[in-house]
Design a protein around this ligand. Sequence first.
Ligand code: A2H
Length: 262
Amino acid sequence: EGVAPQDYTALKLKVKEWAPKAAEKIKGKLPDGAHVYFVPATLRPETMYGQTCCFVGPKIVYGVFKVSDNEYYVVTKRAAWNMAFQGTFFKSDKFARDAGELHPVLELTGAEVVGTLVNAPLSIHKQGVRILPMESVLPSKGTGVVTSVPSDSPDDYATVTDLAKKAEYYGIEKEWAQLEIPPIIQTPSYGNITAKFLVEKMKINSPKDAKQLAEAKDLAYKEGYYKGRMLIGDFKGESVEAAKPKVRAALIESGEAFEYAE
Ligand code: A2H
């Protein structure tokens, strides 16, 4: 972890339909009409149009935390603790001071929520996207939930490719990992699906090729940020550098995201 704080955008992905194992555990624990959200932390809010799924670590333990009268967030306890000090819960300083009392309504492992259908704000996939497993999700970073944008994140591209190849092994439906990957950002060097271009060019065959993926991630990030142009959304035609804070502000304004720092 670096010294400078990371300013993430925490996005609210509303649960539309729970995976069977999760549904069983949740039964009777939440009030009727409760809205439950998976909350990934991202550094690239301008790419959210291209979300095709959302990752959890299969072995990570998540809590379902009550944040207001009828809203609940699914995040790690560590992230909920941080949020309690950032005014996310009940928007109340008092609550932040009482954060020692922070308890989840229930706990779920990543494996138990795989297959859950969620609504991903801005995504072209309006019917929803699935919660899927990713081995490399770190419990110690962000919220432990990572939204997947395979067009612009090499890690995400390598993971969805692997999930589709070994769907049976992962216990998922192949189609869940194969939603259309729309072009979001045009770049001069890597085309309009930067992550796919780099993963193929660098012959990255698995999400476990950590060293090469780190290199690809670096190249993709720099090219996208400094030279990319938006191909979609309200800021189509603008540079990524200009669009990024505007997409973030719009998501926060609409109540679909909030600021999260660590
Ligand atoms: B980013 P930094 Cl399109 N474990 O969002 C592993 N990775 C995590 C994580 C965790 N617990 N929490 C967040 N992340 C990912 C979008 C994206 C991201 C794109 C391109 C690059 C990219 C869609 N996935 O990240 O270590 C999240 O993925 C590369 C910079 O705090 C988050 O942003 O710098 C990013 O890593 C945060 O990484």
